[in-house]
Structures are given as C-alpha cells and as structure tokens.
Design a protein around this ligand. Sequence first.
Ligand code: NDP
Length: 334
Amino acid sequence: NRRIVLASRPHGEPVAENFRLETAPVPSPSEGQVLARTLWLSLDPYMRGRMNAGKSYAKPVEIGDVMEGGAVGEVISSTSDRFKPGDIVLGHWGWQEYGLADASLLRKVDPAEAPIQTALGVLGMPGMTAYTGLLNIGQPKEGETLVVAAATGPVGATVGQIAKIKGCRTVGIAGGPEKCRALIEEFGFDVAVDHRAPDFPEQLKAACPDGIDIYFENVGGDVWTAVFPLLNDFARIPVCGRVANYSDTELPPGPDRTPQLFGAILTKRFRIQGFIVRDFASQAKDFYREAGAWIREGRIKYREDVVEGLENAPEAFMGLLKGRNFGKLLVKVR
Ligand code: NDP
C-alpha cells in the first residue's frame, strides 16, 4: 500500500520535503469494514489547513499520518452486507492506494449516473459547497451582479453557472487569459477578469457598472481588496474560502483596515457569513436532485485537471495553491 504521509509542517507555502512516500502492508477489513482500492484521489485547498498544527474547524493531520482526502475506489473486500467487491464507493481514506473504512462512512457511487470521479467534484463536496453557499447565503435574485474568483475551479465555476440559472449577471475572476477565455466560452460567465492583470482593480470596476450584489468569497487577498469598494448596499458575502491567504505567516503590512470594514458592514448593511459545506448536510438530497439535473441538461459544465500517479500528488497539490490547476484537480491513482 503506497501512501503519502505528512513528513513535516510547512512554514508558508508547502514544499516537497513536507511530504513522504511510504509503503505499508495492505490492511484487511475487520467487522463492518470495507477495503477499497483507490481509483481517484481528490486534491482540495482545505488540505493546506490540515497541514498546520492547532485545531481549526477540523483536526490537523499529525506528522507521520497519511494526508487527508476524499477518494473514489473499488471495493476489494467487505465484511458489511451493504457493499460487495466491485462496488464503487466514495470515502475519505486519504492519499493512499488502499483505503480501509467503516461501511457507515462510505457512499455508493453509481457509474451509470455520471463519471465516477465527479463524486469528488461537481457532483460532490465542491459542487455542494457552491450550491448551498450560494443559495442559502448569497440568495441570488434576477438582475443582480455576482462576482466569484477561482472561477474555473469546481466551486467557482459551479457558483457562476447556478447564479446564471437564477438570472444574475455573472463576473468571473481567474488567473491568466486562457482561464478567462474558458470563463466565457465554457462556463457562460458574462464577463471575465484576470486578477493577474496590472490594472485588475480598474478592470473589475469596469466589469461591474452597477456594483456588486453578491460576492462569493473563495480567495481573499488582492481580489477582496478590489471587490470591497464595489459592494452595493445589502450585498451578501458567503465566505467560503481564502486560498490566497492559506500559507500566510504574518498579517499583511499597512494600516489596520478593520474599522473601515466594520464601518462599511454597518452603513452598507452587508451580510457576511462564513460556512463549511457540512453545515448544510441536510440539503444533500436537494443538491443531488437539482444540480444533478442541471449537469445532465448541460446547464452546469465542469472541467477536470487529471494528474496520473499517486507519487505526483504533492507536486500537484502545491500547484493548486498557486493556480497551476485548470479545473477540478484529481489524481488518477490507477
Ligand atoms: P480551485 O480548483 O479553484 O483551486 C484554487 C484556485 O484558487 C486556483 O486554481 C487559483 O485559480 C486560485 N488562487 C490561488 N491563489 C490565488 C490568489 N492569490 N488570488 C486569486 N486566486 C487565487 O479550488 P476549489 O474550487 O476546490 O475551492 C475554491 C475555494 O473554496 C477555496 O478557497 C476552498 O478552500 C474553498 N472551499 C470551501 C469549502 C467550505 O466548506 N467552506 C468547501 C470546498 C472548498 P486562478 O488561477 O484562477 O487564480
């Protein structure tokens, strides 16, 4: 069982030395457990948080432990009557070739319904993050302007397309001309803005002549700085992620901007709410039904970035935090 463990904790951006490839015996399932062979491993920005010591909304990965992560695999052996060899399952056994899990923690994936790896992307955790965060907190209305960054990724692309279905004018932010082209041509955004352009704040302003009603916060950093002055009264801001800040080791330089932020929250009556997708676990059925139909009808499109081989997961993950991925980042393990 080849697996990748956390060798050391990063200070700032993760580096190759923070990961170690190991080989261990393939485990066998005890009562109520299932052994699966990993087919697909999901790489997600939240994993950067798990590499730090100290409790966030979830426990950190300990040094020497297998890196955490969602995976789709094929059942090899099972002592549970819910699963049999050959079944395809979604679980959370991490960066390794074989996963052992309690049957109660696995979900069956139907290969007839959609490509199985979409259970890690548009039809899985990132897709549900987009759906629940946008509809519950963003509350999109016809004619409003929505802005989202990391907009070619699985969360951002889905947010933009659902907002479009709800009648919004959608502005996507991404890094580089190729991604910006995909925002318009593949994902149907009304406008695309490149956050790496030197005049990004001016371009964003020009893209939002009526201001911003919903800002779905995926990145923080300079994107937030450019968005802030454009927010309309009663803007809604689902705070989903801050990938530009995940590897920060100190506060940004310059004066404290908290009074300015709280002043605007008061006078412009913003509604800002952080959320973790599992807060909306009770809406999973609605998500599978409604988003599943939109995907089948071609109203939600998705893009995948596939890396071959478990040994290439660390490099791919480091790239994810810098925007080197183009679409949902997946490792094809076999
Ligand atoms: P993506 O596949 O979109 O990957 C992250 C992207 O972030 C990169 O590709 C890059 O895109 C962009 N990015 C990185 N650094 C910067 C920067 N400095 N400025 C602007 N953009 C940057 O990721 P996901 O769709 O999986 O996740 C999107 C966000 O949602 C993340 O913040 C993640 O943590 C969060 N999330 C939150 C969940 C929750 O429950 N709250 C659940 C799932 C995800 P580009 O090249 O376009 O800049």
